[in-house]
Design a protein around this ligand. Sequence first.
Ligand code: NAD
Ligand code: TDX
Length: 361
Amino acid sequence: MRTLKNILVTGGAGFIGCNFIRLLLEKTPEFTGRIVNLDALTYAGNSASLRDIERRFGGARYLFERGDICDRAFVETLFRKYDIDTVVHFAAESHVDRSILGPEAFVKTNVLGTFTLLEAARAAWKTGGMRQDVVFHHVSTDEVYGSLGETGYFTETTPYDPRSPYSASKASSDHLVMAYFHTYGLPITMSNCSNNYGPYQFPEKLIPLMILNMREGKPLPVYGDGKNIRDWVYVEDHNNAVWTIMRKGVTGEKYNIGGENEWENITLLQSLIAIVSEKAKLDPAKVRGTISYVKDRPGHDRRYAMDCTKIKRGLAWRQGVSFEEGLERTVDWYLENNAWVDGIRSGEYQSWVEKNYGDRG
Ligand code: NAD
Ligand code: TDX
């Protein structure tokens, strides 16, 4: 088992990263070290997501450094300044639709940014030979494997077959990470996870977008025939898996993480409508009437589904939150956190949505 002391979290102001920092500082007593959060605060990064963490742990166990993972000199300074022994790399451009509209930022951050971090880690951890008491954990996605038909699952040995600029850029970063293990002996671990949901997710993604559009009486845009399938996992279950791999995962290995919880988008939406209508006192029939089938996403992958046997058998990880419970928690969170929501659903993001999608929400 690795003892991790000074952790560099990249992208800690984003959805999964901020939940990871919360998990470690609030719910993981065996972690007594400190976290340095390196985040550029792009449109998806939000310092409001960690304001209370800053207040409670700031200065001692939690430090925020605003910067770009592509900035080599800055990243190297952080390794030295904080004596970093662990990297957990969440920072990325993460939205498939945006990668179709503008792929360049995806290549920069996801490919060049990952390369820059790997180079900085290699330089910092090479003291004669390569240190082996350190770890670089790379957070990736099921989308690198492409699209499934009606049957079958992605395993860790499924050949890569990315279809969108987003998944192609993540696939490139995965290959670089593995190459640094084989070529330079950099101690890496990697995880590929299915669709996450939960608090603090940017409301361009399906679940928060739908919850907030329902609340605001806006159309609910369903791509294509609504029968694309995703495997949903609660963000805390994903982060528990990442933490487990960082401590106990075999160096040089990758692990699939998923919810083993497949839903057609339209069926998921119907469940969400029932939950939100009850909690927000809306008429479910009226909300259903706002479903709007819109033009499909180009290259829209039909189905994702993860085989999680390796992490379950090898590292004894399990999902802890049922879909029913996770959706309830998520809806409650979005209905209760008006200040956080309003901060995003105004200004820059709203103008971007209107420019690219008209008034669909
Ligand atoms: P997100 O878009 O919510 O957050 C990304 C964060 O990275 C933001 O805080 C942003 O400011 C930061 N960032 C972006 N470019 C940066 C740069 N150049 N330098 C420094 N910081 C930068 O993303 P997320 O949903 O939290 O995803 C986190 C990671 O998990 C990503 O690597 C993504 O590919 C992966 N992943 C996400 C999901 C999912 O369902 N959301 C599933 C599997 C894997
Ligand atoms: O308005 C919408 N209508 C719709 O039908 C949106 C935003 C999405 N969809 C569909 C497309 C997908 O089939 O819902 C499904 C989920 O879409 P997204 O929330 O955009 O997620 P997805 O494209 O599946 O990718 C997500 O999971 C894997 C994350 O954004 C990635 O970062 C992660 O790697």
